[in-house]
Design a protein around this ligand. Structure first.
Ligand SMILES: Nc1ncnc2c1ncn2[C@@H]1O[C@H](COP(=O)(O)OP(=O)(O)O)[C@@H](O)[C@H]1O
Ligand SMILES: [Mg+2]
Length: 383
């Protein structure tokens, strides 16, 4: 009989260091979730390995996923035949408190403001509602996720929050002693005021809560360090963007308009907020630009809104504010969106290989690329 139990226990612990808690993005050993590992020989070259796991919340929905990963990690040991026997429990109150304060300390500074932070933040604004700001935010976030970016989205429109519906999620964020885990849908980490209560309740959060809710979403939510954060702002020309500029000085504003003058005039005003606060206006998206009728582009809402907003903001701000994309009016956008899936995605979550999907993929790449040039200039008023 060979007896290598101590060696195996250490090796298993090492391997568990690569099992990552999907919500917290850190290893289960690091998080103190492994309460014990005991190996016991069951035959020549064969061992039973008892692993005691303590999850943060009892009945954690990710329990099965974490257990499967642990089993795999144990079985991957090359020098003996290991069988995992996993016992799942939950942390006691003291241990959980310690973990949460550890995590909170780590992220005390706003995670998105640290120097050298890699997160690119795009705040999607429009002067008025109904121009497609939420649809664009949802599709853009889904596109980034499908392209492989670690993507988060905040529904900052507390009057007309719509991201949970557009992502088809009814889940509530897991509350870990006051720290919230975003809900992941279609690969995007989401947070919306609409997730907290019945919508009647959430409506009561309006007004003075507007700014606070954004701050809370930034401070109380465990975001990790996403590559991209999309903010679906409330419609309006000032307050919201100012709150964002204060909380997230790196945010870049993306202005949405439709082609007609009534929309573009007010969209210009939503971009001019950048004269009052140091926020870079990244560009303009024109939505509902045309309807594709048997290959012919019908301009149902007139033409030129996007160009006008781009030209006027470029002149007023003194740097190039390009027209980034013109999106067609497409009933499928609304229908798929209302069915709980961003229209750029196939049912399996991959990016649609059609004109709409390619337009969004181009838009996402353009946003990442040109923004990097702006960041490299180190200036929010690049000429
Ligand atoms: N390109 C589009 N084609 C068809 N319908 C669209 C398009 N963009 C938005 N819509 C629809 O228009 C309505 C308003 O869009 P929404 O994204 O909620 O606007 P906002 O957030 O600016 O108020 C929704 O019903 C949405 O599905
Ligand atoms: Mg909206």
């Amino acid at each position: 009989m060979d007896d290598r139990t101590a060696l195996i226990e250490t090796a298993v612990m090492d391997r568990l260091g690569h099992v990552i808690d999907p919500e917290l993005g850190r290893s289960v050993t690091d998080l103190g979730m492994i309460a014990g590992v005991r190996a016991q020989q069951s035959g020549p070259g064969a061992y039973d390995v008892m692993v005691d796991v303590e999850l943060t919340v009892p009945g954690c929905p990710l329990s099965a996923q974490i257990s499967a990963q642990i089993e795999e990690a144990v079985a991957s040991y090359p020098d003996a035949d290991l069988t995992a026997h996993i016992t799942v429990g939950s942390m006691d109150e003291g241990k959980l408190q310690a973990l949460v304060s550890d995590l909170k300390a780590q992220r005390r500074e706003n995670p998105f403001n640290k120097p050298g932070t890699k997160t690119r933040i795009f705040a999607v604004a429009s002067g008025k509602g109904g121009v497609g700001k939420s649809s664009i935010s949802a599709n853009l976030a889904a596109t980034f996720a499908a392209l492989g970016y670690d993507t988060a989205a905040i529904d900052a429109d507390i009057y007309g929050f719509s991201l949970p519906r557009l992502f088809g999620t009814h889940s509530q964020p897991t509350n870990l002693n006051g720290m919230l885990m975003p809900v992941t849908a279609w690969g995007v980490k989401l947070m919306s005021i609409g997730m907290f209560a019945g919508s009647d309740r959430a409506i009561l959060w309006r007004g003075p809560r507007l700014q606070r809710s954004l701050e809370q979403f930034l401070a109380d939510v465990w975001w990790g360090e996403p590559d991209v954060l999309i903010l679906d702002l409330a419609p309006g020309t000032g307050d919201m963007a100012i709150s964002v500029a204060q909380a997230l000085p790196n945010a870049e504003l993306v202005v949405v308009t439709t082609p007609q003058p009534s929309a573009s005039d007010i969209a210009v005003r939503s971009g001019l907020v950048a004269l009052q606060v140091p926020m870079h206006v990244r560009g303009v998206i024109e939505n509902m630009s045309y309807f594709d009728h048997a290959g012919e582009r019908l301009a149902l809402f007139g033409v030129g809104g996007g160009e006008r907003v781009s030209a006027q903001l470029t002149r007023a701000l003194g740097y190039d504010v390009p027209l980034l994309a013109q999106l067609p009016l497409d009933p499928e956008v609304r229908e798929t969106g209302e069915g709980g899936r961003p229209a750029v995605l196939n049912a399996d979550g991959s990016l649609c290989d059609d004109a709409f999907g390619r337009t969004f993929a181009d838009l996402a790449r353009t946003l990442m690329r040109r923004g990097q040039a702006a960041a490299a200039n180190g200036s929010t008023t690049r000429a």
